[in-house]
Design a protein around this ligand. Structure first.
Ligand SMILES: *Cc1c(COP(=O)(O)O)cnc(C)c1O
Length: 259
């Protein structure tokens, strides 16, 4: 089974979005069946970065009730423009402390927690807003030096600090796999995240849960489900190919210098 189809066609009508959601849903069903997992143990988070408000309103009509966005400002603008719809917004990209106040206002979930400074900034802002936020701790499982996320060996200590932030509800771990269409390159990243979660579980402080594993995107979510994903973040397979390069959303390592 090829894991990256040649192209994701643009979805610009309700029917097309509904069709793509159904196809993704069937892929999830099949991956769950093959892995012997309960379908209800996997949640689809549609990722809507670069998709404009008009198409997101169609996505709502097609059944999307939550949306993931990589960049805070883009997410906030959309959340404000669509405040008439009860959409659950998830911020899935790197956050700077000076933008924590925006996330505290509109987001229901933040999947890219990787520093105590950001945890503290979010917690303070959430207290002011009298809100809580579901969070995932982002782990760098690919070993690529420039990617965001904690080094796996730092995560145990990090978890011990989190009870200091009572407005953060720690749900699980998130990772971006190595950027590759080769399953044998991608899979070890997912395995690493699951094994880390399993190792950490007995050591967690009270109130900190690590039930969730957010991993897998349009091209590789079947592999992620096989390896235990409970949340898959899927954009292009629902909305169509993006023209922006991945490097716009997360830093990718420079190509190795030719010897
Ligand atoms: C864009 C994005 C995704 C989804 O990628 P697709 O290739 O569109 O499925 C998943 N996770 C993060 C953090 C993203 O920024």
């Amino acid at each position: 089974m090829p894991i990256v189809p040649p192209d994701w066609p643009q979805a610009s009508t309700v029917e097309q979005i509904r069709h793509n959601l159904a196809v993704v849903g069937q892929r999830i069903d099949r991956a769950c069946a093959l892995a012997g997992r309960d379908r209800s143990s996997v949640r689809l988070l549609p990722v809507s970065k670069t998709v404009d408000e008009a198409r997101l309103r169609l996505a709502w009509q097609a059944g999307c009730r939550e949306l993931g966005e990589n960049k805070v400002q883009e997410a906030q603008a959309k959340a404000e423009a669509m405040a008439d719809l009860p959409i659950r917004w998830s911020v899935i990209g790197h956050l700077q402390t000076n933008k924590a106040r925006y996330v505290a206002r509109f987001a229901s979930e933040f999947q890219a927690l990787d520093s105590l400074r950001v945890a503290q900034a979010l917690d303070q802002r959430l207290a002011l807003e009298q809100r809580t936020l579901d969070v995932f701790v982002q782990v760098n499982t690919s070993g690529e030096a420039s990617k965001y996320g904690l080094d796996p060996i730092e995560v145990a200590d990090f978890m011990q600090q989190l009870p200091a932030f009572p407005n953060l509800r720690v749900r699980g771990l998130m990772t971006l796999a190595l950027f590759s269409s080769d399953p044998e390159q991608v899979r070890p990243c997912f395995v690493r995240l699951r094994e880390l979660r399993d190792r950490l579980r007995p050591t967690l402080p009270a109130g900190i849960g690590l039930d969730e594993l957010s991993m897998g995107m349009s091209g590789d979510f079947e592999i992620a489900i096989e390896e235990g994903a409970t949340v898959v973040r899927v954009g292009q397979a629902i909305f169509g190919a993006r023209s922006t390069p991945v490097s716009f959303y997360w830093p990718t390592p420079a190509p190795a210098a030719q010897p």
